[in-house]
Design a protein around this ligand. Structure first.
Ligand code: NDP
Length: 450
């Protein structure tokens, strides 16, 4: 049995109850054969056995008192997965579905994403099963304070720098930053995604969505294609989806869908970004409200989706941008996308496609931008925020946006050249995984048996 297969068997036995983590490990290890077969040093140094185990996992209870005076208890986590390339870096997710398995999959992916950015950052992820939906601002603030009270001693600007993710945006980062400052008396870049008033970076809000579209442009250019005039589908209606839609429109494409956990919008005239922001960022309402404000829009509730399918992926498109959550594109969705002529899938969310869906994209030869490459714009601009904080400077929007474009181009080039080097020129998943793994693994070997 090969080194990879033995490791997969060992991880599957040990973590049989962590489905999402196992999926992420299979996705990465399954592409490393060409590298590992020709380089015995990785096996000799037990790199796979080490890389699948987090360096440190912190788990804590979060008791806090809500605005009705009742005590609630949530679970909090920080998975400090790998620091071979730099301080731990990765977001915090507040969502009822958060478990160690979800955070380990996200942290594992983050190691390789951060390596691809070329910006000297390690990989981490954290969060809580707290559900922010429908909570008052006071509840959100108290929960964020309680969360940071337990986390602050494990983080720092050269140790571990958390950011946002699902359920954690600028408001939550602000409350956590205020608490960190109170506890440590330090005004330092310990979190990214901060407000511009206290160390935030211009273009951080837009970075993941914009970066995803820049990555798609790089992929399309390799086939002499572009986005102008093209119908696109986008899922999600949060930070990543909104700025993906905005950039698509700026480039003359026509994004026609968005979705949230309750339903989807199909807007035949193209999504109106101002209305979307009003509904999601100002009113924090459901997408039914978007349909009320836009006569051209059709709302489809989750319960009315075609059986076992996600409505968004049944809409014919030239390019698809999954920007909501993990495993939101299954095999049937992928087949339908391809049947309807989709030529490009660029992932804004983390692990939005199942392993079977990925096989469909690769089998059909359509352009496929895997999440760890296509959505690396967010963490990259977070690192630019760290750099600005360290030097106490502020760059302009255009300066950050231009650096983001350059970083996404570099990531595409790395993934594409490595894919060619290992004989699979169209497989950016293989190229991204091998390129990132090689860098992290070599750094681990050079740092001894830690
Ligand atoms: P937000 O919380 O801003 O938005 C998430 C969106 O996805 C919401 O519209 C939400 O709907 C929807 N959603 C969440 N869970 C589900 C579900 N189970 N089924 C259907 N829809 C769901 O998060 P972000 O936009 O920040 O994150 C979206 C994705 O992008 C995640 O996978 C995240 O890990 C990834 N990502 C984010 C980065 C960032 O910079 N923010 C960086 C890199 C990756 P509802 O409001 O109804 O829950």
């Amino acid at each position: 049995m090969s080194y990879i297969d033995r490791t997969l068997e060992m991880v599957s036995k040990r973590y049989y109850y962590q489905a999402e983590f196992l999926q992420a490990v299979k996705e990465v290890l399954g592409t490393l054969r060409p590298l590992l077969d020709s380089n015995p040093k990785y096996e000799k140094n037990h790199i796979l056995e080490r890389i699948v185990e987090p360096e440190r996992s912190i788990k804590f209870r979060i008791p806090w008192t809500n605005d009705k005076g009742e005590l609630e208890v949530n679970r909090g986590y920080r998975i400090q997965f790998n620091s071979a390339l730099g301080p731990y870096k990765g977001g915090l997710r507040f969502h009822p579905s958060v478990t160690p398995s979800i955070l380990k999959f996200l942290g594992f992916e983050q190691i390789f994403k951060n390596a691809l950015s070329g910006l000297s950052i390690g990989g981490a992820k954290g969060g809580s099963d707290f559900d922010p939906h429908g909570r008052s601002d006071v509840d959100i603030m108290r929960f964020c304070q309680a969360f940071m009270l337990r986390l602050y001693e494990y983080i720092g600007p050269t140790i571990d720098v958390p950011a946002g993710d699902i359920g954690v945006g600028g408001r939550e980062v602000g409350f956590m930053y205020g608490t960190y400052k109170q506890l440590t008396h330090k005004y330092e870049g310990v979190l990214t995604g901060k407000n511009l008033l206290f160390g935030g970076s211009l273009a951080r809000t837009e970075a993941t969505g914009y970066g995803n579209v820049y990555f798609a442009l790089n992929m399309l250019a390799s086939r002499n294609l572009g986005l102008e005039g093209k119908v696109c589908t986008v899922s999600g209606a949060g930070n990543v989806a909104t700025y993906c839609v905005e950039k698509l429109q700026q480039l003359g494409a026509k994004p026609v869908t968005v979705s949230d956990s309750r339903g989807s919008i199909y807007d035949k005239d193209g999504i109106d970004v101002a209305v979307l922001k009003q509904v999601k960022e100002v009113e924090h309402a459901s997408l039914t409200r978007y349909a009320e404000l836009r006569p051209s829009a059709q709302y489809v509730a989750v319960k009315d989706y075609p059986e076992g399918r996600h409505f968004v992926w049944t809409v014919p498109c030239f390019a698809a941008f999954p920007c909501a959550t993990q495993n939101e594109v299954n095999e049937a969705d992928a087949k339908e996308l391809i049947k309807n002529g989709c030529q490009c899938v660029s992932e804004g969310a983390n692990m939005p496609s199942t392993l079977e869906a990925i096989q469909q994209y690769l089998g059909a030869g359509i352009l496929y931008g895997p999440a760890k490459a296509a959505n690396a714009g967010g963490v990259s601009v977070s690192q630019l925020e760290m750099a600005q904080n360290a030097h106490m400077v502020h760059w302009t929007f255009d300066e950050v946006d231009n650096r983001l474009k350059g970083i996404m181009h570099n990531i595409y080039t790395r993934a594409s050249e490595t894919a060619k080097e290992f004989g699979s020129p169209d497989n950016l998943l293989l190229g991204a995984n091998i390129s990132a793994f090689r860098e992290v693994a070599d750094a681990m070997i050079l740092q001894g048996d830690y």
